[in-house]
Design a protein around this ligand. Sequence first.
Ligand SMILES: *[C@@H]1O[C@H](CO)[C@@H](O)[C@H](O)[C@H]1NC(C)=O
Ligand SMILES: *[C@@H]1O[C@H](CO)[C@@H](O)[C@H](O)[C@H]1NC(C)=O
Ligand SMILES: [Zn+2]
Length: 319
Amino acid sequence: MFEAIVILLLVGVKNSLQSEHWSYDYETRWPGECTEGKYQSPINIMTRSAIVDKHGLHIRGPLFFRGYDRVNVTAVNNGHTLKWTIVEDFPTPLVSGGPLRGNYSFLQFHLHWLSEHAIDGMKYPMEIHMVHIKTGLTVDEALERPDGLAVLAVLCQVSSEGASEFALGEIAAFFPQLVDRNSKYPNPAVIDVFRLMSPEPQSFYTYHGSLTTPMCQEVVTWIVMDQPLIISDTQYKEISRVDVGRIDNYRSLQPVNREIYRSVPSCGTLSLPTLLCFLTSLIHLSSSLTGIISKGVCTLVNVKRKFLGSKVRECNVKN
Ligand SMILES: *[C@@H]1O[C@H](CO)[C@@H](O)[C@H](O)[C@H]1NC(C)=O
Ligand SMILES: *[C@@H]1O[C@H](CO)[C@@H](O)[C@H](O)[C@H]1NC(C)=O
Ligand SMILES: [Zn+2]
């Protein structure tokens, strides 16, 4: 009897360390930081409350990507998601810059349908998570440090246009063999991970949060790219046919209670379409113009007030 209890306890500990035995049906019963943590993910990103990091204090320049165009990966359906993991001994792609201090090495990417993050309350049909570890750390070490992991999140939008086949073209060939839970794609394959990236990778929100699956460790620098990748309806349908025990595999939104930073994409450094870039700068310009004009009007009104002997108001340029 006693032995049986000990064995049960040991099995329990082992399961919670491996964190394989959990389900999206019982999120409130997820262990550890999932229920006790304060800075959990995913969150709803309210664009109006995001801090635009104009002075580059938090986001120091653009993101740099090295080696994403040729990545040797294996693919599995692990019963929770479809996951592509980099083959050991293959040159590791690195990301640095933006909010990151130092290099982060690419480990794996996987899919969530529906999206986990929301922007202004809006969810997308799918989200890609590219998981990176601070270069030089082991996974165990990374899970102990607030800056241990960096996850690039790419939101996906569905379109019926033919050109939208391109984005997932690199991984679509894997889908039919990954339909069953705990299935594996037989061979490693070299793919271009850039095709899975947002069309404007320098346009992102960033905040500190957690893994979105048990044990939900709060060790993740999230970089959520807000310009969605366009995928085809046919490909989306194939993905949603994949068996992960449910029709979807996303964690519910968590309290925000922290600062979210917004990158300031500059026209020179990225693939932002020229017209859009031009419009964006016009909007910036017009908002500062509006500020200057309203300051002018305020000053004039103050002159009048002074003249009539009433109280003078402060004039600030806001933007
Ligand atoms: C990809 O990894 C596999 C397994 O390690 C290896 O056999 C194959 O040669 C690699 N492909 C390339 C292009 O390096
Ligand atoms: C990041 O990796 C690149 C390429 O390996 C290297 O040149 C650079 O010095 C690294 N940066 C840091 C901060 O380690
Ligand atoms: Zn994920």
